[in-house]
Write a protein that binds this ligand. Structure first.
Ligand code: PMV
Length: 351
């Protein structure tokens, strides 16, 4: 599909007001998207697991109005900064939703995870918004197949926050052009289109909250620093290679190589931050302490416990459900002390 496919040509019903709702989960990338071109087009393909327990729920009330406006409440607290971001976002997607500025909007949104937890809410947040907007276009008379609705939701979510386009689907999701993946696109994400070895369908994710609160450098700045980055070209090549590799592994079921790629990707993401100009560091001493403990535990126990990181200090621990017992005891006895407030989120992947 091309961008043209997302521009509707129908006329919409004249509806005065209404309400739409949607829920969308966060995701954790295995091969990371880091670096982009205009219009949130990714510099390399990525793949992620959509989580289950970490989600955003959004309700939008819309009312016909000559004054297009957005009011936004997060956990019932008015958020002016967020509202103005969403206002700009809505404006930017008018081409794809021509009715958008004929209304005023009151948005109520809440996350299942604490706002201060440092868990990125932009993926689940823009995912939920995009799904709401697709529900709204249907209410106004657009008739779409379920497949197209999700594809367009993914396309719209991408324009809000790149990684959000992957949150539209459950399970394993791929975004970005890759010669090894059939029908993938830079414009939207698709569910992993090949067979998935059963071991990769029962993955748990325990998120250790090493640092709660906002990170010092936003992802948008991080992406933009990749433009002049001395290692950008090799990083983009490496990500594409890792994606091809992990796609084969997901089909064949080799957890060890999976873990190797996933950890390497996490460390490379942070290496890019540390070597950009200006450099910055988002991981904390306790992030490193946990990584070393995980490596030692794996060596001693032969468990399949692997870590990954997003753009922050928190650690995602990935492991198969069948090893939950021993791994959860290890987390409780040896790792939880490295979190800021003894907080963790037990999440998992559902297909
Ligand atoms: O979607 P953004 O612009 O917030 O970028 C997110 C980038 C990472 O989370 C670090 C990696 C990824 O692929 O999700």
């Amino acid at each position: 599909m091309t961008e043209e496919n997302f521009i509707p040509y129908e006329s919409y019903k004249n509806i005065e007001h209404g309400e739409i709702k949607a829920k969308c989960s966060s995701n954790i990338a295995l091969v990371k998207y880091w670096g982009k071109f205009d219009m949130q087009l990714p510099a390399n393909p990525s793949i992620s697991y959509t989580l289950t327990e970490s989600f955003t729920e959004t309700t939008i009330k819309f009312k016909k109005s000559d004054n297009f406006s957005v009011k936004l409440y997060l956990d019932n607290q008015i958020q002016e900064g967020f509202a103005s971001k969403i206002y700009t976002y809505f404006r930017s997607i008018k081409k794809y939703l021509p009715f958008i500025d004929n209304y005023s909007y009151t948005i109520h949104t809440k996350n299942s995870f604490p706002h201060s937890s440092g868990i990125a809410s932009s993926a689940s947040g823009f995912g939920a918004l995009a799904l709401c907007l697709m529900n709204m276009s249907e209410l106004l008379g657009e008739s779409n197949t379920k497949e197209f609705k999700l594809t367009k939701a993914s396309f719209l979510a991408r324009l809000g926050s790149g990684s959000a386009c992957r949150s539209i689907y459950k399970g394993l999701v791929v975004w970005g052009k890759s010669p090894d993946i059939i029908s993938c696109s830079d414009l939207y994400a698709i569910p992993f289109p090949y067979e998935i070895s059963p071991i990769f369908k029962e993955i748990q994710d325990t998120i250790l909250l090493v640092h709660e609160g906002n990170k010092q450098v936003s992802s948008s700045i991080g992406h933009s620093l990749m433009k002049e980055h001395p290692y950008a070209t090799s990083r983009f090549k490496q990500a594409s290679k890792n994606l091809s590799e992990i796609c084969k592994i997901i089909q064949s079921g080799d957890l060890e190589i999976f873990g190797e790629i996933v950890e390497h990707e996490a460390l490379t993401l942070h290496a890019m931050m540390m070597t950009s100009s200006p450099p910055y560091i988002l991981i904390k001493p306790n992030t490193l302490a946990i990584i070393n403990k995980v490596w030692k535990f794996r060596q001693d126990s032969k468990s399949h416990l692997y870590f990954t990181l997003d753009a922050g200090a928190n650690i995602h621990l990935l492991y198969p459900e069948r090893e939950k017992g021993v791994i959860n005891s290890f987390i409780k006895n040896d790792l939880i002390k490295y979190t800021e407030n003894g907080n963790l989120i037990s999440d998992r992947v559902l297909f």
